[in-house]
Design a protein. Structure first.
Length: 446
């Protein structure tokens, strides 16, 4: 009797799993067409999920490559990720298992393996750093300003003594502006940290984050160099017009970055609902730019993971990551945050190098050599992104991101890091939003 029950349970379980794996594989599904706009991680995640269910999927990508903001430059012999570099909170994070399947290699970066220097080259003692960071972690969470007030205004109103403190300026920039993507004086004082995170210390992908999107793109019908001009969903079938022609769809998943939506590069016919358009207009894209420099040999302590510097100007090349800690390259990556990040996009390579060397020479002396090569990003003026990643700006709420979870006429859907309130601004947020919308489309096919 027990054996018979066990067999029946096994058959029931197998039947249930098989049914789940084949959801949507029916005549109704076969007649439906899904077009996804954008071959970034959210679009590819959705396409992969839909294809597994037997649904006809086509992905249109404006660039000549897949991956969206996951872009790796290997021209200098090191994998320079222009966009995302870290898996934030790898425990339970869907990107962790994807990275393993895709052959991505990871390294646990130690946030405490850092030395911070002042403008005169003097090193802040570990005691001063530890005390300041403990105060920072307590005090930023005591900020709870009005919804239309920026974090910067709220913080300095409460703690005016830190207005001209270079170490505090460094922490607010290298920690908060880097983490959220938003300039201190545009970041919401109420919703700056209301999102969720996975557990575990962050790991960096050392051989290129594009390993993940290349893996997701396998066996997906992707049409590159297709710039979408309009999406007409006024009739039974939706018509997508691109520079390469027209495409017809029953369901359209729009995964382009928030910055592209804000520029109205894609015309929606009819216009998007007022709530959706207002959300697009009111949310903002942050700007974080990266700069990779190489040398023939290191002049810095190659055992360090990070080197901090406290300039007068917030966001200005105040953090250096030692690439030699996890590769064989003699290289440093530095960053520009907040509004200063946008300023760098108007500067030449020579100007950038000169400014960066001022900081390094203050630390290591005037005799250090100039770099042999550099690579850089310009996310704010990039026509495919117009920014790095979204953030909660003053005047918006965390719930603003949830507006994108509602389909329009059961025809137009949205995914991307700007559409998921709990994990906004992250790769795993983009991935999870793509799967979410794929499941929403599947529900309409049942």
């Amino acid at each position: 009797m027990n054996s018979l029950i066990a067999i029946l349970l096994l058959l029931t379980t197998y039947s249930s799993c098989d049914k789940d794996q084949n959801v949507g594989i029916n005549s109704k599904t076969q007649e439906k067409k899904v077009v996804i706009i954008g071959a970034g991680v959210s679009g590819l995640a959705a396409a992969k999920h839909l294809k597994k269910k037997g649904i006809d999927v086509l992905v249109l990508e404006a660039q000549d490559k897949t991956g969206g903001r996951l872009k790796t430059d290997r021209s200098l012999g090191v994998a320079f990720d222009e966009g995302a570099s870290w898996i934030h909170g790898p425990e339970g994070n869907p990107i962790t298992s994807l990275a393993s399947s895709a052959g991505a290699e990871t390294f646990l970066t130690d946030d405490f393996n850092v030395k911070v220097y002042d403008q005169n080259g003097s090193e802040y003692s570990s005691k001063i750093l530890s005390t300041a960071e403990n105060q920072y972690n307590r005090k930023i969470f005591r900020i709870n300003g009005a919804e239309d007030q920026s974090f910067g205004n709220a913080f300095y109103s409460k703690y005016p003594q830190y207005q001209n403190d270079r170490l505090w300026t460094y922490m607010l920039s290298a920690y908060l502006e880097f983490d959220t993507g938003g300039d201190l004086f545009k970041l919401s004082s109420t919703y700056f940290y209301d999102d969720e995170e996975f557990d575990g210390d962050d790991v960096i992908i050392t051989n290129g984050f594009d390993k993940i999107t290349n893996y997701l793109a396998q066996d997906i019908d992707i049409r590159l160099n297709n710039k979408v001009h309009s999406i007409d969903y006024s009739n039974e079938k939706t018509i997508i017009t691109t520079n390469k022609g027209e495409y017809e769809a029953d369901y359209v998943l729009v995964t382009v970055p928030l910055g592209v939506l804000k520029k109205n590069i894609i015309t929606f016919i009819p216009s998007l609902p007022e709530e959706t358009q207002n959300t697009i207009d009111n949310l903002d894209m942050g700007s974080v730019n990266k700069f990779l420099f190489t040398w023939d040999a290191p002049f810095w302590d190659n055992d360090l993971q990070y080197i901090g510097y406290t300039p007068e100007q917030r966001g200005k090349f105040n953090l250096f990551m030692n690439v030699g800690k996890f590769t064989s390259a003699n290289a440093l990556i530095t960053f520009a945050f907040g509004d200063y990040s946008k300023e760098t996009e108007q500067m030449s390579d020579a100007q950038i190098t000169e400014e960066v060397m001022v900081h390094l020479k203050a630390i290591y002396g005037n005799d250090i050599p100039n770099p042999t090569n550099m690579l850089r990003t310009k996310w704010n003026t990039n026509e495919y992104t117009f920014g790095s990643y979204s953030f909660a700006t003053n005047g918006t709420t965390g719930e603003s991101f949830e507006v994108f979870e509602e389909p329009i006429n059961d025809k137009i859907f949205f995914a991307g890091e700007h559409t998921i309130v709990d994990y906004r601004g992250t790769v795993h947020g983009a991935y999870l939003s793509g799967v979410r919308e794929a499941k929403n489309i599947i529900k309409l096919l049942k």
